[in-house]
Design a protein around this ligand. Structure first.
Ligand code: 5AD
Ligand code: SF4
Length: 377
């Protein structure tokens, strides 16, 4: 019996697919490169932008014929798209050949639901929950080369006004420090991985809802005390929570890779406020200054959204000037995409796609220029 998993979106989803693979391998399935050959196909979806959703819809739709040829094939759709009731209903109605639809908080049910579907032949839409418990000890089949992903926290409390994540991933919950340390000890002992990447929507707020676990910087220091030859990195950091003790921890631990992904989203204070980012460009630049002063040659990368509602030429200039000042080592520039249920969805002053496109291209050129400047130095 073969399985094939199609993953969209962020590293969190890539790692979640490793857990899905772990569950399927435990059930006796083996991985198949070819989607058409698989007995079970899982779509692990992303809802962050419309483009990601459209790609998933297209690829799910394309399986109609495959399913017609082999009715026993199982098709599962999970992830951030299906955590939205409207989207789950749409998938159920539009793609009658999809067998199981589950949300983001139900992975541990997957094995039972697959067995149920095979026995009862009835399509299954798992009930969507807003609350969730952290499930430890799910089997993991790691597929990311010599990098091992490790979740340290789930969910997000920030409600940036453009973002769907808090609605589909629920509130922040941190894993117990001891569970994280045990997982990492096992990863290091296996000798198979060079890098460990800690994952969370906002790693800097690790432990903020459960003070008994300590802070993020304490976690970093404790992980670095584990014996063995490994490098440590983490994502994603929210600038508002990147405190001096974290900078110290990066500086003082040889095991921590000297790089940080620090999404700025915009360089305009007016837009940052509308985005509910809770920092100003001055505050952001001050963190960058501290990082560079304390950690020579630190690599800094960022995410930027262009065309947020009401973003004008002056706002965009502010962003470009900030980019020039920071001299990023990498920029992920996105066109703002309206997400159902978010605050920004209802905002006046939506920006034309043509302008968004121009601004993204402008940023990509700026990134190239900065890179060229650095290389000639
Ligand atoms: N439109 C465009 N980009 C978005 N991001 C999050 N939500 C949206 C949206 N609605 C971007 C942010 C975030 C990255 C993961 O995706 O830049 O940091
Ligand atoms: Fe989305 Fe903001 Fe949370 Fe990041 S911090 S996941 S952008 S709401």
């Amino acid at each position: 019996m073969l399985y094939n998993i199609v993953t969209y979106g962020c590293q969190m989803n890539v790692h979640e697919s490793e857990k899905i693979a772990g569950i399927l391998e435990k059930m006796g399935y083996t991985a198949s490169e070819k989607r058409e050959d698989a007995d079970i196909i899982v779509f692990n979806t992303c809802a962050i932008r419309e483009g990601a959703e459209d790609r998933a819809f297209g690829n799910i739709g394309a399986l109609k014929q495959t399913k017609r040829e082999n009715k026993n094939k199982l098709i599962v759709v999970c992830g951030c798209m299906t955590q939205q009731k409207k989207v789950a209903d749409y998938i159920y109605k539009t793609f009658p050949f999809v067998d199981i639809i589950i949300g983001t908080h139900d992975l541990e049910k997957l094995e039972g639901l697959i067995k149920k579907r095979l026995e009862e032949k009835k399509r299954i839409v798992s009930e969507l929950k807003d609350n969730y418990d952290i499930i430890e000890n799910l089997p993991i089949h790691r597929t990311s080369g010599d990098n091992a992903w490790v979740n340290i926290m789930y969910g997000c409390n920030n409600f940036c006004t453009y973002c769907i994540v808090p609605y589909v991933r629920g509130r922040e919950q941190s894993r117990k420090k001891q569970d994280i340390l045990n997982e990492i000890k096992n990863i290091v002992q296996s000798g198979k991985y060079k890098t460990i990447t800690l994952l969370g929507q906002n790693v800097n707020s690790y432990g903020s809802e459960d003070k008994t676990q300590g802070t993020f910087s304490e976690l970093l220091n404790d992980i670095c005390k584990i014996d063995g030859d490994f490098k440590l990195t983490f994502m994603t950091s929210h600038p508002k929570d990147l405190t001096d003790d974290v900078i110290e921890a990066i500086k003082n631990n040889d095991k921590i890779i000297k790089e940080i992904h620090l999404p700025v989203q915009s360089g305009s204070n007016r837009i940052l406020k509308l985005m509910n980012r809770k920092y100003t460009r001055e505050h952001y630049l001050d963190i960058v200054r501290k990082l560079k002063e304390n950690i020579p040659n630190i690599r800094i990368t960022t995410d930027i959204i262009v065309g947020f509602p009401t973003e004008n030429e002056d706002d965009f200039k502010d962003t470009c000037n900030l980019v020039k000042e920071v001299k990023y080592d990498g920029i992920f520039a996105f066109m703002y995409s309206k997400r159902s249920g978010t605050v920004a969805e209802k905002m006046e002053g939506q920006v034309d796609d043509k302008i968004k496109n121009e601004r993204v291209n402008y940023l990509l050129n700026l990134e190239k220029e900065i890179k060229a400047q650095k290389e000639t130095k």
